[in-house]
Ligand binder design. Structure first.
Ligand code: NAI
Length: 706
């Protein structure tokens, strides 16, 4: 028997323990160990029944995700036939019970469903989350689950991938009992009862009573397909999962398993699944910072302060309160403070109304936020996050004040979205404690936190920021200091191309529509209207002196602002808006665009959807390659994680750099060279892109060398 799975005895009951820390994943050796245990139990006359339990914190939490990549890249050796292992469990002549604590997800739930019975502790969760990796259950999950839980529940779990609680699992028939107290003892007592009752062990695969009939199932599948179309736009796995469950209701068990295997293979070898697995590992990879070893100890953050209760400051303060950290929020005037606190309160009230948490939780969170107009209490804050207007002089003044008030060792963070962190740090006597914490709007919702390292920022401050991001339930990505850092620097190129395309012949809705179809949460022009076109306009006016004469400059957005069209807040921008904020194309804008094009001597032409995608995506990629080469981002995957979590980039594309690899760097590079010839120096190809393309390599290869 393998060390990963052991068999012991409690009297006449066999106890199989899976011991593959940290999450008892189904790595090679685990299924073999379970099979060997079941065989031993079958043969040993002194054993009358058995229980399987996970050692440590959880039951089998799922497949070993690294194995998927090994299969698609052809590296995996043929392993044991997992279906056969499940059938062995099911065919065991003695009653066998899966005892679930922690999570039984994916392959873990599929194993549990092959047992004759399942018991779980109240805090346990079960689920089939494969769709989140672009997959479907591959070990008869879609075939056994409807037999236990009924069709509607099975479809929902396989298509949305969200876990359910032990209580819900009990109600739907996935588990047979919830065990209070010691799980192993409870499970042993359960199996002893079953032995005493003389009940014949039930094989899940033979249970057909919940499979319904075609007439009653048809609307369930239709509704699930519609929902998945909306909530998982462009994703193939949820639709495949629904197809598989449908097959389970129509075909004999063994044929349904074959159908599931077919669909599983299609998903596994799809670009979508590869991209989503890349994202899964990427989120873990970004936490690794080569020059900051794990033994650099983060500081404890027990108290925080935020300066500015505007759009960002309020959301940032909520993050701290949500994590249980008391936070002061400081403003310049009572009105602004009241307005900021009212928005925080309204956000929390909405969450309570939607049932996300209780009124009591809301009250606790509100009580952790102290609004005030002074620096009282800043002296013992462990971190201060500045979120005042975007202006260097103001930021420097504030950091100078903080330097005088804050204790030594406090982290002084700025939420600036573009400004030079080193210059801000120069206003203090302790630049090693200054860092950028660039949250994204709405800060209480968006998962991304760009952590901007200044040239003096010390390692403990970085390690603390990364740990803090996790505590605030954000994905922290460390970036270097430059104008716009990683995300906004790339966005600038993307937005520019979107506007040039409009000047050259596309309509705003063509550009936004193509990018929406590509999978972006929103098109860039609609995003501009949402965020307020005046914000960028002000920045452009401030930086007007940096513009080089003769360089092409996107004019339409400025003209829209001059007309008072700031976007949704003024009821008009790139589009018109009705009272429901519905986007309506506006002939007046089309006229303006034509005028601006004529003024600049641009001959308008037909622009294809492909060109829209290439111009905008390759602009992101080219800038991303420059950012990588300069070391502003540590790895290509860091850029991907930034775009997925801060900019509505579709996860199924893996992020802009992964998308570039999927298209092929040679093709991307060749197109960029063409754009360079047609549109001039803004399209100068990044040397790193050129090098990788010529060497036939990818950004993923580049990351491997890091
Ligand atoms: P905002 O204009 O909504 O809020 C700024 C707040 O700071 C105002 O309420 C103002 O009264 C207050 N304030 C100004 N001077 C102050 C002082 N001396 N002491 C205390 N409070 C003061 O601006 P927003 O959008 O929240 O931006 C804040 C910072 O966050 C800027 O640096 C901005 O670049 C950055 N940022 C903004 C994002 C956005 O989407 N709005 C996204 C990411 C970063």
């Amino acid at each position: 028997m393998s060390e990963l799975v052991t068999l012991s005895k409690d009297g006449e009951i066999g106890v199989i323990t899976v011991n593959n820390p940290p999450v008892n994943a189904l790595s090679p050796g685990v299924p073999e160990g379970i099979a060997a245990s079941i065989e031993a139990i079958t043969k040993d006359d002194s054993i009358k029944g058995a229980v399987m339990i996970g050692a440590g914190q959880t039951f089998i939490a799922g497949a070993d995700i690294r194995e998927f990549g090994k299969i698609t890249s052809g590296q995996r050796k043929e392993g044991i036939n997992f279906h056969m292992v499940l059938q062995m469990i099911e065919d065991c002549p003695k009653p066998v019970v899966a005892a679930i604590h922690g999570t039984a997800f994916g392959g873990g739930l599929e194993v549990a469903m092959a047992f004759h019975y399942r018991v779980a502790v109240p805090a346990a969760q079960v689920g089939q989350p494969e769709v989140k990796l672009g997959l479907i259950p591959g070990a008869a999950g879609t075939v056994r689950l409807p037999r236990l839980a009924g069709v509607a529940r099975a479809v929902q779990m396989c298509a949305d991938g969200n876990p359910i609680s032990a209580k819900e699992a009990l109600e739907s028939g996935i588990v047979d009992a919830v065990v209070e107290g010691d799980l192993l003892q409870g499970a042993i007592a359960f199996v002893r009862e079953k032995i005493a009752s003389g009940e014949t062990p039930r094989k899940t695969r033979e249970r057909n009573e919940k499979l319904g009939d075609e007439a009653s199932n048809a609307p369930v599948f239709a509704a699930a397909r519609d929902l998945a179309k909306k909530t998982a736009r462009g994703m193939m796995a949820p639709q495949a999962a629904i197809d598989a469950v449908e097959a389970a209701t129509k075909l004999p068990f063994i044929d349904a398993v074959k159908k599931e295997a077919e669909l599983f293979q299609q998903c596994l070898f799809s670009d979508q699944s590869k991209a989503l697995i890349h994202v899964f590992f990427g989120e873990r990879e970004v936490a690794r910072i080569p020059d900051i070893p794990k033994d650099v100890k983060p500081f404890e953050i027990r108290k925080a302060a935020v300066i500015g209760a505007g759009t960002m400051g309020g959301g940032i303060a909520m993050n701290y309160a949500n994590a249980g950290i008391p936070v002061i929020i400081k403003e310049t005037a009572q009105d602004f403070l009241d307005r900021g606190m009212a928005i925080i309160r309204k956000n929390y009230e909405n969450s309570v109304r939607k049932g996300r948490f209780s009124q009591e939780t809301m009250d606790k969170r509100m009580a952790l936020i102290t609004p005030q107009l002074t620096y009282d209490g800043f002296e013992d804050a462990d971190i201060v996050v500045e979120a005042v207007f975007e202006g260097m002089e103001l930021k420097k003044q504030i950091f100078g004040e903080l330097d005088k008030i804050c204790k030594q060792g406090a982290i002084l963070a700025s939420n600036t979205s573009t400004l030079d962190i080193d210059e801000i740090a120069s206003a203090t006597t302790r630049p090693e404690f200054v860092i950028g914490h660039h949250f994204f709007s709405p800060a209480n919702v968006m998962r991304l936190l760009e952590i901007v390292r200044g040239k003096a920022t010390n390692k403990e401050v970085i390690a603390t920021s990364m740990a803090l991001a996790k505590k605030l339930k954000k994905v922290g990505v460390l970036v270097g200091n430059c104008n716009g850092f990683v995300g906004n620097r790339m966005l600038h190129q993307y937005g520019r191309e979107a506007q040039f395309l409009v000047e050259e012949g596309a309509r705003p809705q063509d550009v936004d529509g193509a990018l929406y179809n590509f999978g972006m949460a929103m098109g860039p022009l609609a995003v501009g209207d949402l965020a307020g076109l005046d914000v960028g306009w002000r920045i452009r006016k401030e930086h007007a002196h940096l513009r080089v004469a003769g360089d092409r400059y996107p004019l339409v957005a400025d003209r829209l602002c001059e007309m008072g069209r700031y976007g949704q807040k003024t009821g008009a921008g790139w589009y018109k808006y009705d009272e429901n904020r519905k986007t309506i194309p506006d002939p007046e804008v089309d006229k303006l665009i034509e005028e601006v094009a004529a003024e600049q001597g641009i001959k308008r032409r037909t622009i294809t959807e492909d060109e829209i995608i290439e111009r905008t995506q390759y602009a992101l990629i080219n800038e991303g390659a420059k950012i990588l080469e300069e070391g502003i981002a540590l790895r290509a995957v860091d850029i991907d994680i930034i775009y997925l979590n801060g900019y509505g980039y579709p996860a199924r594309r893996g992020g802009p750099m992964w998308y570039a690899d999927a298209v092929g760097l040679k093709k991307v590079y060749d197109r960029i060279c063409r754009f360079h010839e047609e549109h001039g120096k803004i399209w100068a190809p990044a040397p790193l892109l050129k090098k990788l393309a010529e060497e036939g390599r990818t950004f993923a290869d580049f990351d491997k060398q890091k």
